[in-house]
Write a protein that binds this ligand. Structure first.
Ligand SMILES: *Cc1c(COP(=O)(O)O)cnc(C)c1O
Length: 358
């Protein structure tokens, strides 16, 4: 197989072991004589996979009693509307920290009043806005813990007088979190925990059942809690691959261990940008920098060289370095499955290019 360094922002790199085990199961699940993608979601085999996946989520994130883990279709984007449908009675507070946050906020407006508690739109979302003056009469506060496009991250579990709901699509399982500080945690699996096709939702039961409106069956969290996400046919393949990814996380030593490695990777690249390079500069403000998506651009006098450097990374086997169009420049996504070696290769590539071209 061709060797590449996969810096894609999502769908993104997954552990090789998870891919190989999933590939095997697609050919034959255990010794069932059937492919993973031709078994019944009501079979004992799938029931075991589903239960194991739920148990791994609970173990790896230390999820306390009173929470449910759901696997749903529709991606994180479906949660932008499912959340307010289930939780927003009159008013909700949203932190506007990027494009995804803004999309979530837009959907909530269909269900009630939305207050923007803080925003970093004034500087094209290059920092994580300070969250203060949370309205105590709002039903919940929505945050996006890691802004995939801008490379900013909140890094802490905030204290809030009202329930906190978090889109953790791109930093879930990258660092330990205190789940008890959140009412709902959700995200698409395809950044750090699996392939596209499934969203995870961790929901505390006591926040449900408080809205006045009727909720369509499929959009009601209680439907999926009652049926362990098996109300309708779940994305069997995606759940299997996610489960294999979680097994890998556990085998690496869990989330705390991966957090150490993630930090090492990020520091390697940020250190180069801050202390060595005159050609490349970090795009996000230092205190807000993400450990998962590292955005950088070329200094003004070198801007014209961006495309050439992109080609150099391509020739070196690097994939997915191009920054999102709303930031420009480059973005290296350094999710759990990305080895330290890949970041080292990128820094080497930058250093060499700078030496020749500065
Ligand atoms: C990718 C992403 C989304 C959108 O996820 P989909 O599963 O494609 O709907 C939402 N929020 C954040 C933070 C993301 O990174």
């Amino acid at each position: 197989m061709k060797k590449v360094y996969n810096f894609n922002a999502g769908p993104s790199i997954l552990p090789r072991a998870a891919i190989e085990n999933t590939a095997k199961a697609v050919l034959e699940l255990g010794d069932s004589g059937l492919s993973l993608i031709e078994i019944s979601h009501r079979s004992k085999d799938f029931e075991n996979i589903n239960n194991e996946c739920i148990a791994l989520w609970k173990e790896l994130l230390n999820i306390p009693e009173g929470y449910h883990v759901l696997f749903l279709g529709g991606g994180a984007s479906m949660q932008f509307c499912m959340l307010p449908y289930n939780l927003l009675n009159k008013k909700a507070a949203y932190c506007d920290s990027g494009v995804w946050a803004k999309k979530a906020l837009k959907e909530a407006k269909l269900f009630g009043e939305v207050v923007t508690v803080s925003s970093s739109a004034d500087k094209n979302y290059c920092y994580y806005p300070e969250i203060k003056d949370i309205p105590t009469d709002a039903d919940y506060l929505h945050i996006t813990t890691n802004n995939t496009i801008y490379g900013t991250e909140i890094h802490k579990d905030i204290d809030s007088p009202i329930p906190v709901v978090a889109d953790m699509s791109s930093d879930i399982l990258s660092r330990p979190i205190d789940v008890s500080k959140y009412a709902v945690i959700y995200g698409g699996a395809q950044k750090n925990v699996g392939p596209a096709g499934v969203a995870f939702v961790v929901v505390r039961e006591d926040v449900l059942g408080k809205v006045q409106r009727q909720i369509p069956t499929m959009l009601d969290y209680r439907t999926h809690i009652g049926e362990k996400s098996l109300f309708n046919t779940p994305p069997v393949f995606a759940i299997y691959a996610m489960c294999e990814t979680l097994k890998w996380v556990k085998a690496q030593g869990g989330v705390a261990k991966l957090a150490e490695i993630n930090k090492k990777k990020a520091v390697m690249l940020y250190d180069y940008l801050d202390n060595e390079s005159k050609m490349f500069v970090g795009a996000a403000e230092k205190s807000s920098r993400s450990l998962m998506n590292i955005c950088f651009v070329m200094a003004d006098q070198y801007k014209a060289k961006e495309e050439e450097f992109m080609n150099v990374t391509k020739a070196a086997g690097m994939v997915g370095i191009k920054g999102h169009r709303s930031v420009g420049g480059f973005r290296a996504s350094t999710y759990n499955a990305l080895p330290v070696e890949a970041v080292q290769a990128l820094v080497d590539c930058m250093r060499e290019y700078e030496k020749k071209n500065a």
